[in-house]
Design a binder for this molecule. Structure first.
Ligand code: ADP
Length: 256
């Protein structure tokens, strides 16, 4: 990868869990503005890579450089503040808040307002800034197609809607880099197509994306570059079609 064009760099990242070597010397360069697919069989270290990037775990050794800054060892909150958003394989929404409030909660990274205040003071006094937050949150919901569900409890949404809500909440933090962990898991063909299109629209807005998905066809279509890992090591990297047909990648997938 070419120097200043890389928004994220992993340098010789190792992550051990006791005796398990989840990541072995991983170098990864993510080009600014790209959709970068990350594929590999179960247990190959994909989610661990996200956890190391987003600060859930510190790497055992190695460095994570984001936007020119060394973010290795920072807390998830600090890293989110720096501009990295993420979603989870199993949707994490706040079930007893409305869909809109979930997105508003995602905006706390970008505002000085006490968001909780906006929940509890309503409808008695809503400041101009609070109104603005509601308006912006609604825009994110429109972007992901959930605006008609704004007033529903997040816990009442079906799985696919919760997946999509997580994306809206992550976008509300206005990340420069968005980590999507299996965004189409458990979805039907039509819903998956919607997410694929959503990924393109997020990219078109200038946000860099790292995409983990089991669905190799989806990753091939949606990504500019794909990295394949197995047993915590990179086994192939390059253009999606090349990586998909790489003999080591084919073999790794047949083995699962
Ligand atoms: P993938 O996302 O590719 O399915 P993971 O990154 O979840 O793979 O897991 C990679 C390896 O690290 C697996 O062997 C897994 O059991 C192990 N692992 C992941 N997270 C933990 C953890 N918190 N504690 C112990 N082992 C873990």
């Amino acid at each position: 990868g070419g120097g200043t064009l890389d928004i994220l760099k992993l340098e010789k990242v190792i992550k051990n869990f006791g005796g398990v070597q989840a990541l072995r010397d991983v170098d990864l360069n993510i080009r600014q503005g790209s959709v970068h697919g990350l594929i590999g069989p179960n247990g190959s270290g994909k989610t661990t890579t996200f956890n190391v990037i987003s600060g859930v775990f510190s790497p055992t050794s190695g460095k994570v450089i984001f936007d020119g800054k060394n973010i290795t060892g920072m807390t998830p909150y600090e890293i989110a503040k720096h501009g990295i958003g993420r979603t989870f394989q199993i949707p994490r929404v706040m079930p007893r808040m409305t869909v809109l409030e979930n997105v508003m909660a995602g905006m706390y990274l970008r505002t000085s307002t006490d968001i909780m205040g906006t929940f509890f003071h309503l409808p008695f006094k809503e400041s101009k800034q609070e109104k603005h937050i509601r308006y912006k949150a609604m825009e994110f919901l429109e972007f992901v197609g959930l605006d008609k569900s704004a007033g529903r409890w997040a816990g009442d949404l079906v799985w696919a809607e919760q997946q999509t809500l997580q994306i809206a909440r992550a976008l509300a933090g206005e990340p420069k880099l968005l980590l999507l962990d299996e965004p189409t898991a458990g979805m039907g063909a039509e819903e998956s197509e919607f997410i694929e299109n959503l990924i393109r629209r997020i990219k078109a807005n200038g946000t860099t994306i790292i995409l983990i998905a089991h669905d190799v066809k989806l990753v091939t279509r949606a990504s500019d570059i794909v990295t394949a890992i197995e047993f915590g090591s990179k086994i192939a990297e390059g253009l999606p079609e090349e990586v998909k047909n790489n003999p080591r990648v084919v073999e790794a997938y047949l083995g699962t």
